[in-house]
Design a binder for this molecule. Structure first.
Ligand SMILES: Nc1nc2c(ncn2[C@@H]2O[C@H](COP(=O)(O)OP(=O)(O)OP(=O)(O)O)[C@@H](O)[C@H]2O)c(=O)[nH]1
Ligand SMILES: C[S@@+](CC[C@H](N)C(=O)[O-])C[C@H]1O[C@@H](n2cnc3c(N)ncnc32)[C@H](O)[C@@H]1O
Ligand code: SF4
Ligand code: SF4
Length: 313
């Protein structure tokens, strides 16, 4: 099923919690308001299962920090049980060294680990926590456990641009598969820290010259640059109509809303009353189907090309 802009939905992005053990100065919290609500593993897997009928094939677990959920293993197990082909997670990595093998065992396919600096002091300045060594340990353990392709997320800012070369070298030496080079985008706290925004254009120009191969991914039409054994994927979501044209994701917020876009709080459908209401399972499934259909009908690219109407005078 496709929306009015010809886009399918294939990926469900689930915010498992708004709680985090870091406090990154730019954190967008997936564009959600802080809430204490937590959907249960059964509720999450029911929404994902119904989503399969509408094209959902993969689920991304995010947050806040998803590894803080005590029932994370059960959530992953249930998502695989209802038929989600690929379950992946984006994490700050600080708890990964103890969790990696257990995550693999219950069916997690891969992880993205955020790493914005290899300098201890700067890492602490960015994240609020002195945890660089622990995160590196987590990355290494996740690779050993086979949570691959393992991707690093590097959000580029004026604070850490000097770290980029180190991060690329670290990724190659450690056996990381891919590096997401991410533009800081102004949502959530990121909105107030846009003075640290750094353009990616000059870096991308160098990548173009040095790459052995360049690909365009169907997800967000993201460009991927192959350098030796590392793939560097440029994630440039801000004011980028091409990115939004390739948006095949829909979101499930921590407080039970189907959210059609990271930037839009006006285009959400609250399904908490369906999930927690006094309905039979069949009735819930039917109501969730209706919610997906409404979400698909109202979703739209946040950034669109505007064609000026031209009226000769
Ligand atoms: N604006 C916008 N940003 C997004 C979207 N999806 C991901 N991002 C940003 O992309 C960066 C990488 O997000 P991840 O969760 O690690 O990765 P992913 O987008 O799921 O990509 P893969 O794991 O490679 O499939 C983060 O900064 C996200 O905020 C989106 O649909 N819209
Ligand atoms: C909101 S975090 C949640 C998952 C986990 N806590 C983590 O940091 O990896 C998801 C991803 O968004 C990135 N991110 C957060 N705020 C951002 C912003 N304003 N601009 C770009 N990326 C951002 C994080 O670095 C992380 O890679
Ligand atoms: S970016 Fe991730 S680790 Fe950093 S504060 Fe936000 S949720 Fe926590
Ligand atoms: S429409 Fe654009 S901004 Fe909104 S979620 Fe999709 S890619 Fe992100």
């Amino acid at each position: 099923m496709i929306d009015r802009f010809g886009r399918s939905i294939e990926d469900l992005r689930v915010t498992l919690t708004h709680v985090c053990n870091f406090s990154c100065f730019f954190c967008h919290m997936e564009g959600e308001d802080n809430s204490q609500s937590l959907l249960s593993p059964e509720e999450i897997s029911l929404v994902a299962k119904v989503g399969i009928e509408y094209g959902i094939r993969s689920v991304k677990l995010t947050g806040g920090e998803p590894t803080l959920r005590r029932d994370l293993l059960q959530i992953i197990r249930e998502l695989k049980d209802v038929g989600i082909k690929e379950v992946s997670m984006t994490t700050n990595g600080v708890l990964l060294s103890t969790l990696a093998w257990k995550l693999k065992e219950v069916g997690l396919d891969r992880v993205n680990v955020s790493l914005h600096s290899l300098d201890k002091q700067l890492f602490k300045e960015i994240t609020g926590v002195d945890a660089l060594d622990k995160v590196i340990e987590g990355i290494k353990e996740a690779i050993k456990a086979g949570l691959r392709p393992l991707k690093l997320n590097f959000v580029l800012t004026k604070k850490n641009i000097s770290q980029l070369d180190n991060i690329i070298n670290f990724a190659i030496e450690t056996g990381v598969d891919e590096l997401h080079l991410i533009e800081l985008h102004p949502v959530g706290l990121g909105k107030n820290t846009f003075e640290y925004h750094e353009k990616l254009e000059s870096i991308e120009k160098i990548l173009k010259e040095r790459a052995d191969k360049i690909e365009i991914r169907s997800k967000h039409y993201r460009p991927r640059y192959y350098l030796n054994n590392l793939v560097i994927e440029v994630v440039k979501p801000y004011a980028n109509p091409i990115f939004c044209a390739g948006c095949n994701r829909i979101r499930l917020t921590a407080d039970g809303k189907l959210k059609t876009c990271l930037y839009r709080q006006d285009k959400e459908i609250d399904i908490m009353d369906i999930l927690r209401g006094d309905f039979s399972l069949e009735e819930k499934i039917e109501l969730i189907r209706e919610a997906y259909e409404i979400a698909i009908a109202i979703r739209e690219p946040n950034f669109k090309y505007k064609v000026e109407s031209y009226a000769p005078s």
